[in-house]
Design a protein around this ligand. Sequence first.
Ligand code: PLP
Length: 398
Amino acid sequence: MIQSSARLAALPGYPLAELPAIKRKLIAAGRDVIDLGAGDNDTPPPRVAIEALKAAIENPANSKYGFQQGNPEFRRAASDYVFRRFGHRFDATTELVPLIGSKEGLAHMPFAFLNPGDVAIVPEPGYQAYLGGTVLAGVEPYVAALRPERGFLVDLEGIPAPVLQKTRMLFLNYPNNPTAAVAPLEYLEKVVAICRKHGIVLAYDNAYCDIVFDGYRAPSIFEVAGADEVAVEFFSLSKSFSMTGWRIGFAVGRSPLIGPLTQVKTYTDTGPFLAVQQAGAAVLDRAEELTAPICAEIARRRDAAVPALRAAGFGVDLPKAAMYLWVALPPGVSSKAFSRHALEAEGVLVLPGSAFGPAGEGFFRIALTVPPARLIEAVARLSKALVGVQAAGGVGAA
Ligand code: PLP
């Protein structure tokens, strides 16, 4: 019998697999389902992206392989965006690489830098591509729990010395998915100091840097002095411009760090579709103007959902960034049982905290992907779901 690899078997089930299948069945049965699962906004992509893609697709040269160099316009626009946003200039040719979505680049990082016996620190709850890339590369993950009492910041000082000695990579993501936490610059300074001391590559995932509220500004890791020596920073056009399915992002870092990632990619892919890169350049050149209405809309949704959740007895912070609410469940209520009941009984899809790893237990995640009125309706249903699941014993496998 053919068997899948031991590395694949070592991975937990992907969080977005089971609930959407139930959702499809409910919709087929005529039920109204409010989907707050995937971080995939309902807002359309910018007109400028669509027009640029249409024009680019008419040019047969854009139907060729892009290879890793890709479209020079995209590289130029990405480098300019980082410079405008954060004041750091990365050479468009040697210090930047286009990605088929930032997930692809993040998952390839361990292949570029790590060897068997090395350790990669993976935050939990967290975006599953970090664990996936680490385990598939045959590298040992060290799961670092994000705790509410520490502001969901990875406690690097709490990592045992023997683990730190073997650690060669740290994944970090602020503004954070799923907790929506943000990291103060002083914290990032400590992180960079530890990475430099121990020779750890810092894979800094800044997918949500443009989704910010109330005047908050998400920093680049390169605002910390010395980060150049250790960091690769990942940007995504998915959330900033509602372009999740277009599969376009990029990474920046000094060439000794970008080079190995690019080399891995030459063996596994041939770069994003050139016409999509052209559209990416068009939106990056107008990023500030295009992201402002998306932020304003997500803030409106946040401001509708947070008071409603609190009134319904759920514990939730008012996030400064990202597009999620990380909502605490009453003690003893299993997040998996709650999410399943919320979907099956009330037609609301939220992700259980445990889907982001065991340390996510006790919470569920709401993605602010539908308008305020729909969110208010969803919260009313979630409130009923909580009563229902508690009446049933609040139980179920965690
Ligand atoms: N990083 C984080 C933290 C995410 O939540 C996501 C998507 O949900 C990504 C990266 C991947 O984004 P992309 O669409 O660019 O692959």
